[in-house]
Design a protein around this ligand. Sequence first.
Ligand SMILES: [Zn+2]
Length: 375
Amino acid sequence: MTNLLKNKNIFPILSLLVAAVIGTIAANQFLFMRKEQPLHPSPALSKIEKLSVYNPNLTGTHGDTDVYFFDSGNPGGTVLILGGTHPNEPAGFMTAYLFLENCELSAGRLLIIPRANASAFTHNDPMEGQPQFITIDGKNGKRQFRFGSRITNPIDQWPDPEIYLHYPSGQKLAGNETRNLNRSYPGKPNGSLTVRVAYAIVNLINTEHVDVAFDLHEAAPEYPVVNAIVASERSQDIASEAAMMLEFEGIRYSLEPSPYNFHGLSHREWQDETRTFPILLETANPVQGRLRGRSDEALIITGKDKMYLRAAALGELHVPFDENGIPLEMRVARHVAAVQKIIATFSEYHPESAIEVNGIPAYEEFLENGLQNYF
Ligand SMILES: [Zn+2]
């Protein structure tokens, strides 16, 4: 009888032990997502500030992130590059990292916020089955970079309202858009974490007299605004000239106007609340699409997906898509080419505010050398 009781107890005890081991492994993986991977700024770095300098109400939160300043010491204008507005759009943040780790400046200043929504880097979108990291086999060995979520982590901002009322327009959006940085501009000093981050970025643009501000994104290949330069009224002239020059070089972009009545978007509110020339760039990334197959690291890096091949054959996509896919390298190359061309075009028309960023490869050179050569 005693033996039987003992045997009966072994199974529940073992089950608890197994659950504890699995729970510990899962908890460690979960907490590891909050650890920031190191970035290695180029020798042109002048200083690193916290975003909370521009909104003290961010101090001590997961929204407080690093702002990297590269100052040539020579007169000129100021450019801002935002990566990681949406941390599930890797070409956006990898382009910001590439500038951060490789730039040299000979005129003006370059400011980089590589993890604009730092909280959104600390988790993944539920139900999407996307990986936590991407790995690049870089110059000095393998490097892991966090792949995050489109929106702020609910541990930092919760619960979502049923309907998100944008401040100050009163525009109505779905409740979870309240955690979307690119629906939260111009923001306010107090309020949700996401609007506080948005406010800090707008305040930084004004305080630092940013001439040209880039917000780097990716979108699903079936989304109409893709391989696009989105420009507001102020930046349309330089954007259209840059798009034309890029087309001469065989890099096609569609030019999209910033909608007047869609509030909360970076380009819309930067146009209205600052004096900068706002630009948003989109590339096509299958890992974000609804038609994709398996969502692993390989899909992010290679951009190859047989479901998208079928969708392309049916004419459902807004970008060319073949068996070569749209690799991360190509998507970063497009962002790099567009950023450089737009800076050059702006500088041509505003010689007193010219910005010269060197050390960044041209499109063909970048594709030849490979993404891994710059990390
Ligand atoms: Zn985006």
